[in-house]
Design a protein around this ligand. Sequence first.
Ligand SMILES: [Ca+2]
Ligand SMILES: [Ca+2]
Length: 172
Amino acid sequence: MNLPISLCSRLAALAVAAGAVLCAGAPAASAADNWQPGQNVLLKTNINYAIDDDEYWYKNRTSINVKSNLGFLGYNTKSWTKKISRCGSDEVRAELEFLGSTSWTQRVVVKVRLNLYEGASCDTQDLDGQTMWHTYVLDPGQSVQDDIEVWNGAEGGDYAWTGFDIYAQKAW
Ligand SMILES: [Ca+2]
Ligand SMILES: [Ca+2]
């Protein structure tokens, strides 16, 4: 007997609800195929900070560029966190927080959020602002650019902006 729709289409329709389509011919992540066991990816970043310390009569802006290696990811290193912070006007600290991991499909997953601390000094632990996590998925060799901003949600008009890129350099 002939089915009105193919078995594949039926499976696909069912799978949509589960968030996956399993039929042959579906697009696959091919760029990650060359990431072999024992190979690592070195994540690098280039960050531009703009940090505003809101004083009574004026805003004092500090602009800083930071280039840094975030760490390796691969078959042996599955995850890490790294925080890179800079201070403006001796009392407002913008901290870009990175959470890197290797997915089960061997892709690089980087989550980024921006934290703003403001207090009596650059060492203050008074967290006055925090963004949601921004998630980026990369294959080896790929990069991404974005920017994130955060306000002091507790007091005053302090503000921080970061524009950054993240590069998943093949370490092989
Ligand atoms: Ca201030
Ligand atoms: Ca504060």
